[in-house]
Write a protein that binds this ligand. Structure first.
Ligand code: FES
Ligand SMILES: [Fe+2]
Length: 328
């Protein structure tokens, strides 16, 4: 497909990933136990997460509605978060529920709540007052998930995303060829998906295992959900595996946290083995990206020569960001 590269001399404005109105992967579920609190930021917005004693996770604006104390130093009391300074208590909806020596709290200011779900072994927070689309549901109940530590890639957001949809680098970096033409889908305004079937041309240990497991026919579905969550589903014929990557921009670069999945086994003790194999194969694949992404300065005009990346850039430029008048 011919692409008018000159049109990109006036680059389309791309969003700031931390401000995208979408689901953001904050941390593994297991890192926030009942009664624990943690602070985090999204594009300059400060939030706190806490898990109530009942087990539910809540996200609230971080600075206390009373005098602005950061609530990351607060204490969980039941399913409320108590401010460390004057002990006002806020429930998971952000409403003020108790103030010391004040029997009546109606009308007191409260915290801004943010939607939270736990999925794929991780805590996801929606950056905005109203959920615009459901959190991604990758795979099915047959898959078992485990979230790993975050890795920092020293580059911006777009290079990480573009790499995932870059067909040409499959040959040069990953040593894969496609069996047929890839297909792009945009099922809704928040979802960009690429499907292809590949075969292994590399000869390293992970290449050989992948070849043996798949019969050299690997069905791949890569989906970008709202700009901050990437999922990769691999169909290897006899088995399947999946990966969800949460992207979070930090001053050092892009922090990428991976949740791996493998099919549940009916053989006792085998779940851990198949998860380890899934993780090893995905990690071996992604390690090849890390070295080329470090230090990359993304050139949108060059990327737009590729028809899939051109569509991807149109998609990312159309994603909604939250507005300054809604931040706090
Ligand atoms: S600043 Fe939080 S209760 Fe006063
Ligand atoms: Fe890659």
């Amino acid at each position: 497909m011919a692409v008018n590269v000159a049109a990109w001399s006036d680059p389309v404005r791309q969003p700031e990933p931390g401000r995208l109105r979408t689901w953001h992967l904050v941390c593994p579920s297991e890192s926030l136990r009942p009664g624990q609190v943690m602070g985090f930021s999204l594009g300059g917005r400060e939030l706190v997460l806490f898990r109530g004693q009942g087990g539910t996770v809540f996200a609230l604006s971080a600075h206390c509605a009373h005098m602005g104390t950061h609530l990351a130093g607060g204490t969980v009391v039941g399913d409320c978060l108590r401010c460390p300074l004057h002990h006002w208590r806020f429930d998971g909806s952000g409403a003020c529920r108790a103030v010391p020596r004040q029997p009546e709290v109606t009308g007191r200011p409260g915290q801004r709540p943010f939607p939270v779900v736990e999925r794929h072994g991780a805590i996801l927070v929606f950056n905005g007052p109203v959920v615009l689309f459901p959190p991604p549901a990758v795979g099915d109940a047959e898959l078992r998930w485990r979230t790993g530590p975050a890795v920092t890639v020293r580059c911006d957001w777009l290079p990480v995303i573009a790499n995932s949809f870059d067909i040409e680098h499959l040959r040069t970096v990953h040593r894969r060829e496609l069996w047929d033409a890839p297909t792009v889908e945009r099922p809704d305004p928040f979802t960009f998906r690429l499907r292809y079937t590949s075969r292994v041309t590399g000869t390293g240990p992970s290449d050989r295992l992948m070849k043996a497991l798949s019969g050299n026919r690997i069905g791949v579905t890569i989906t970008l959900h709202g700009g901050t969550l990437l999922s990769v589903e691999s169909d290897l014929g006899r088995t399947r595996s999946a990966l969800v990557a949460g992207l979070h921009k930090t001053p050092e670069g892009m922090s990428v946290r991976l949740a791996f999945a493998a099919r549940r086994s009916h053989v006792p003790g085998m779940d851990g083995v198949s998860l380890a194999v899934s993780r090893w194969l995905f990690t071996a694949f992604l390690r090849r990206d890390l070295s080329v992404l470090h230090g990359m300065r993304f050139n949108a005009a060059g990327a737009a020569e590729d028809p899939v990346l051109r569509q991807l850039l149109d998609f990312t430029a159309s994603l909604p960001e939250d507005r300054d008048d809604e931040r706090g």
